[in-house]
Design a protein around this ligand. Structure first.
Ligand SMILES: *Cc1c(COP(=O)(O)O)cnc(C)c1O
Length: 381
């Protein structure tokens, strides 16, 4: 295939080390590999991560959990989303770890485990301010007891989640601090009641970078491990009223979208390129054709606002990004040659985070949207 997503596993190793350095040696790292590891490929990324110091994996639901087990992965796998009652037998069978937030579902989970005569580990989620899944802090102790009193259930951990931990606005920082305070209180109360909460975990990427008191027993940073820091890190550097952090972690993007320069043609001053004829040559020039388009996940919104790297030189897009192709202006005397590699984004060049900013989205959406038809190629150096 002409367009490939090169997955630089050595950078994953580097990012895991950066997370490890931040949290110390005694805590665990959980790598979220939902949405096919944010588009990077769940099984190969998980395998490499587990060899490189990651302890837990997390996916959305059973479909993704099953894929990991089919791929031969034996590590503990959290199911972050609310699963369905009818999925519980298979969940128990595959030894996946559902995250539960209410008595009805805990009851269902207990029944499934008894039916299989097999212990099922669950984690309890407390909603401290995300407003999505999780029990209210007031119900947490009661539910923790309920799990512990179920014959075949084991309380393996307790979790919460942060909606604004990546923000450097004072209000948001205070909000996250209050979540951490509430969560810490609940965990203490559960311990005081003689219950072992298991692995306590909360931190996503934002919290890993900005909230040291959120680390507890395990962190769950996705974006960070895929090689991106919160946008606010860049924004923060430009704000005079936020004190610059001295020890900002360094991470490198893992994904590179790489294609090939498949055609070069001469065009004359005034001639147009691509749909809508939005771009015309200001002088005689050469147009390069790259077989990557929005169907591959190269966002059409970047038309006219992105460059492609060939032999260490960046060439601007010419005209609109098409479904399967895009064009670049190679200039009057192109150094690029036909069949050269062409990097659309990647480490050391424009990365998914830079692209996202230009089209008002987040890097998660860029990497998740790299289409299935783009082969993932795994390299370790
Ligand atoms: C996706 C997810 C994470 C990871 O979030 P990042 O912003 O990528 O660090 C952590 N926890 C939960 C519950 C999630 O759904």
């Amino acid at each position: 295939m002409a367009t490939n997503a090169i997955i630089h596993l050595e950078n994953l190793g580097k990012n895991i080390k950066a997370a490890r350095k931040r949290i110390g040696s005694s805590r665990k790292i959980c790598l979220p590999v939902k949405a096919d590891a944010y588009g990077h490929g769940a099984v190969p990324v998980s395998n490499y991560a587990l060899k490189s110091g990651v302890d837990y994996l997390a996916v959305s639901g059973i479909y993704e959990g099953r894929e990991l087990r089919k791929g031969g992965i034996k590590a503990p796998v959290l199911l972050l989303s609310q699963t369905l009652p009818e999925e519980l037998l298979e969940i128990a069978d595959l030894e996946l770890i559902p995250i539960v937030s209410d008595e009805d579902f805990i009851k269902e989970a207990g029944r499934a485990a008894e039916k299989l005569n097999k212990e099922l580990t669950v984690h309890l989620k407390i909603d401290t301010g995300m407003g999505r899944l999780g029990c209210s802090p007031e119900d947490a102790l009661k539910l923790a007891k309920y799990i512990c009193n179920s014959r075949k259930l084991k309380l393996g951990g307790i979790a919460t989640h942060f909606p604004v931990s990546d923000s450097i606005i004072k209000n948001d920082i205070d909000y996250t601090k209050e979540q951490i305070r509430q969560f810490t209180n609940m965990i203490s109360r559960i311990r005081e009641a003689g219950i072992n909460p298991g692995i306590v975990h909360a931190a996503n990427t934002g919290a890993l970078v900005f909230h040291e008191d959120s680390y507890f027993d395990m962190v769950r940073p996705g974006l960070f491990l895929y090689g991106y820091l919160p946008d606010s890190v860049e924004i923060g550097k430009t704000l005079s009223d936020t004190k610059p952090e001295t020890d900002l972690p360094e991470v490198d993007p893992i994904m590179e979208l790489r294609s090939v320069l498949v055609s070069i043609k001469k065009i004359k001053k005034g001639e147009a390129v691509s749909y809508g004829r939005t771009w015309t040559a200001k002088e005689d020039t050469h147009i390069g054709v790259i077989p990557t388009g929005y169907a591959d996940g190269f966002p059409r919104g970047l038309s006219g606002n992105h460059s492609i790297l060939i032999r260490d030189k960046a060439y601007p897009l010419a005209g609109r990004i098409c479904m399967d192709l895009c064009m670049i202006d190679l200039g009057q005397r192109p150094e690029a040659e036909r069949w050269d590699d062409a990097t659309i984004f990647g480490p050391g060049f424009i990365n998914a985070s830079d692209m996202a900013e230009k089209i008002n989205t987040i890097p998660y959406e860029i990497t998740c949207n790299i289409n299935k038809r783009v082969p993932r190629i795994y390299v370790e150096s």
